[in-house]
Design a protein around this ligand. Sequence first.
Ligand code: ADP
Length: 650
Amino acid sequence: MGSIDSITYRRFIIFAGLTVTLLGILVIFGWLTGISILTSIVPGYYPMRFKTAFCVAVLGMALLNFKYNNKVGTPVTRILALLITTCCSVALVQEILAYTTHKYPLFNAYKQAISENYIHPGGMSALTAICFGVVATSVFIISTSKSYYKTVLQYCLHIVTLVAFVVLIGYIFNVPVFYRLSYFTAMPFTTAIALLLLSVAISLLNPDKGIAAIFSGNLIGNVMARKLFLPMLTAILSIAYLHFLNSKYQWIEKELSIALLTISFIIIILLLVWQTCTLLNKLHLNKKVAVENFRLGVESSPHALIISDANSNIVHINPHAEKLYGYSRKDLAGNNLEVLIPEKLRQSYRSMNENFFKSPKVISLGIDEELFAKHKDGTEFPIELVLTPVKTSKGNMVLTSITDITQRKTNESIIKTQLIELKVKNRELEHFNYIASHDLQEPLRTVSNYIMLLEEDYPELISADVKAHLQAMGAATGRMSHLVRSLLDFGKLGNNRTLTLTDCTLLVNNVIADLNSLITSSNALITITTELPPLYAYDTELRQLFQNLINNAIKFGEKGQQPQIQISCTKHNGFFMFEVTDNGIGIDAEYREGIFNIFERLNKNDNFEGYGIGLANCKKVADMHGGKIWVESEPGNGSTFKFTIAALKP
Ligand code: ADP
């Protein structure tokens, strides 16, 4: 169903503006040059008077000058319109004065002028003056005035259209009384055409007012009006004109002509009814399908849905809502929605409902505030609502979609409780870790002290074998002490973290500087291959991560080969991905996950010192940055440790 768009209006307005301007100019030219055919255009018809032609030309130009797009007439438009209004008012006053004083100088002057082919045949008739006055006032007022004035003027314009139309019919069917509507002078054919075009074009500048509104718009009535009016008008005029010609030239008998006229009108009416009914049926079918689809959608929706009117009367409730509230459809039909709302919330519901109907739009409720519904058995349950305005033939209604969030709330509270428990457990664990590590140090220190005492106080008892055993014991206790300390550090890692804007290039360069002696002794070559970004990170912890990875990359280098390490960073989907690649001994596929667990080591021989805690620390740091860490490696061909860091904000 297409609507008349503004382009079509625009085209018609330009066409009307151009036609009437041209017409006015031709007539003026006719009067000035004495070419009489130009003053009447149609031979034998009354000529358009000079003053009228002037009005026609100026109004045509005003129409062309009208800025249709923004609906604001330019000052030029308004000045032209004002000029014509004044001109018409003067003409009208002249006519009235002439009439009331029972002298008709203008009429006589006009008659005389015609007979003498005088170029200025006096003023226009009262009717023409009124019509042009209305058209000009409309042009003047259209862009500035209130809607009320526009409506009044729109109907005045329609009257002008009607008058012009009646005059034209008068000419077509040769009925002088139709074109002699004013008391003495006839409205010329060309004037009627100009008035018809002008009044229709100007009424289209306000397409939502008056009869113009019937022809614009998208509703079925508008479509039908557009489709039917012109063809019907043409058909009726043509048939009537044929009948008129027949009565003039007597082609066929009068009775036959009337019978044919009757048949033609019946056919026209039939066509009208046919087209109207087809359109209405199509619309009805579309409506039926839409209603059925809507009904099916509501019935089969997995959500509880209730349709209610502005007074909260329940119009429809779907099976899911029946189940949720424990009521049957019959129980609720026609009842007030408030039965489903706990008493304490009814007042706020009323004001919410009132506001909703004041400016209907989709709204969600129950997300920021707590909302409850009431079951038939009186129990209350938490809900979330989505209110959607629905237009029906019985007025505006609201479609409420209700989601029971009891389960979600329960889950949330379980998660909350578990989170609290987890925090308590974590704190206990940290405490235990601290106490255990601390307390374990003590006996270790005692053992190593006694080893020292034994060696110092009883040298004579200590044979070479015993000495070796004691040294092994010392080394083991030292190692255990280191492990315990590492465990303590692991537990403490990130305890006092603060998120700061960290320049990663600076951070990595600092790590390289700290590892200077290791790098020099191993002759390692470290290259930063891409720009390392500034980002928000826990810098102390991130530093430790890089330190562990670079340290390992050097430590687990291939014997007799210069360790070469590349560091780079790329950004993917809101994450920074860092890579530390070495040319070291590599890692077997089966160990690539395990090495990130605490105390997990692959190379337990003396060639590679360590406690298996470095990568566990790295994993903890990546986790606390919302990222992860993994390794890609091939034994004998080096490894690439990759870790991600979420683009965090403080
Ligand atoms: P540590 O270095 O103290 O042994 P880590 O947790 O840092 O402990 O490393 C765990 C194990 O992962 C190491 O023992 C080693 O076997 C393996 N590993 C770590 N980094 C590398 C690397 N760059 N190349 C080869 N193996 C590595």
